[in-house]
Design a protein around this ligand. Structure first.
Ligand code: CTP
Length: 398
């Protein structure tokens, strides 16, 4: 059942929009609250009156509407939702999402959302198979969007192939699956991710090559197993994981403070590539090379070890503390020593000096080191590493 779940339903402009009326009815029957949003094109296919009558809530369709904004700002619409469903997800809506356009209410909500999105594509077969649509679908999947369908079959336009929207009953099954409990339901897990930036002056900083992808994928995998995830990230280029509480930080000190404030945790995964040092004498104004010909002297000081601090807590230590070890030589030996030195339960060691780039790349090859020894995993995508790790975490916390 979906009792009390808030579904923000974005209806795109396609012939399949008529099926959404049935979806709204099924959602209502299952106890969900539906907040409907329609694009201009959607109104060519179904009337706002039918949609709002079935949803029991007014249709929102304008970005600039003083009355509606006074009642509830458009950003709030996504904040109040438990899940955003886009049906039909047209080629146009997905292209806007993939490139981050925000020129009407639907696309603005989609870019402003902090909730997971379930896309239900529907379009002509040639549009679905067009390389631009394929690229957009890949991007949206990488951004963490969930997709259901499309199906293969006869289309309203008379053609046959993939592109037909799945039936409302299948959309309901996907929504119910999303809300169903997982092995990590009720567990709070912290993930640190990305690089940290340590300022030298207002325009320069010390950083590293971390893209944040491995940490993001771990957070996503934990969310999909039902965990409540607190995601503390440095300025990483990877998209933020939907469904997690996101805390953005810049420096190691800020990351340490955010971790300290995270409260009680069942597990913590430290995937961030934290800068080991910060500049003590960081300048408040830009260092000028012309004023003083001498090279600037940067005095470094060690940053707190966030992983070690949590792993060595005497009170409130998470039951499972997991670190990473970025090594360029003697990977297992160094990582084994690092695990003991830092006091974490598991360490995922990776060779960041090999020919295949791990930092900033899409794949990873890790060795999981625990007190029962070293377990070498094959080369996998960072998503697969994350899924395997999340599963192991769920087994360990069971
Ligand atoms: N880490 C941390 N805080 C730091 C430094 C590292 O939490 N100030 C965490 C990382 O998130 C990672 C683990 O410690 O999980 C190991 O990071 P790594 O860079 O491999 O090790 P270092 O402690 O920096 O040791 P070294 O540079 O000597 O290899």
């Amino acid at each position: 059942m979906l009792t009390g779940k808030n579904i923000l339903l974005i209806i795109g402009g396609g012939i399949a929009a008529y099926k959404v009326l049935e979806l709204i009815r099924l959602l209502g029957k299952a106890g969900a609250n539906v907040v409907p949003v329609m694009t201009k094109a959607a109104e060519e296919f179904v009337t706002p009156l039918s949609v709002s009558a079935l949803a029991g809530a007014p249709v929102r369709n304008a970005l600039f509407n003083l009355e509606e904004e006074a009642e509830m700002g458009h950003i709030q619409l996504t904040r109040d939702a438990d899940l955003v469903v886009v049906a039909p997800a047209t080629a146009d809506l997905m292209a806007k999402m993939a490139s981050g356009l925000a020129n009407d209410l639907a696309s603005t909500l989609l870019i402003a959302r902090n909730k997971p999105v379930l896309l239900v594509p529907a379009m002509n077969v040639a549009m679905w198979e067009n390389s631009a649509t394929k690229r957009n679908v890949d991007t949206l999947r990488e951004d963490g969007c969930l997709l259901v369908g499309p199906d293969e079959g006869d289309m309203a336009c008379g053609e046959f192939g993939y592109g037909r929207m799945v039936e409302p009953i299948e959309i309901m099954a996907a929504i119910e699956a999303y809300f169903s409990e997982g092995p990590l339901t009720g567990k709070r897990v912290l993930v640190t991710s990305g690089p940290t930036h340590e300022p030298i002056d207002p325009v320069r900083y010390i950083a590293n090559r971390s893209s944040g992808l491995q940490g993001t994928e771990i957070a996503r995998a934990l969310v999909s197993l039902g965990a409540e995830v607190i995601f503390v990230t440095g300025p990483a280029e990877a998209a933020r994981p939907d469904g997690a509480e996101i805390i953005e930080v810049e420096t190691a000190l800020e990351m340490a403070a955010a971790v300290k404030d995270a409260g009680a945790l069942d597990a913590a995964v430290f995937a961030a590539a934290v800068a080991d040092w910060r500049v003590v004498n960081a300048s408040q104004s830009k260092l000028k090379k012309t004023v003083n010909k001498a090279l600037p002297e940067l005095e470094l000081i060690e940053n707190p070890d966030i992983l070690a601090t949590v792993a060595q807590r005497t009170k409130g230590r998470p039951s499972l503390v997991i670190g990473f070890a970025a090594e360029t030589n003697d990977v297992v030996k160094n990582a084994t020593a690092k695990r003991l030195r830092k006091g974490c339960d598991w360490i995922l060691a990776n060779d960041v000096g090999g020919e295949r780039a791990v930092m900033g790349g899409p794949d990873n090859q890790v060795v999981l080191i625990s007190d029962s020894g070293a377990e070498s995993w094959p080369w996998m995508s960072k998503k697969q590493v994350a899924e395997a790790l999340a599963l192991k975490i769920s087994e360990a916390l069971a």
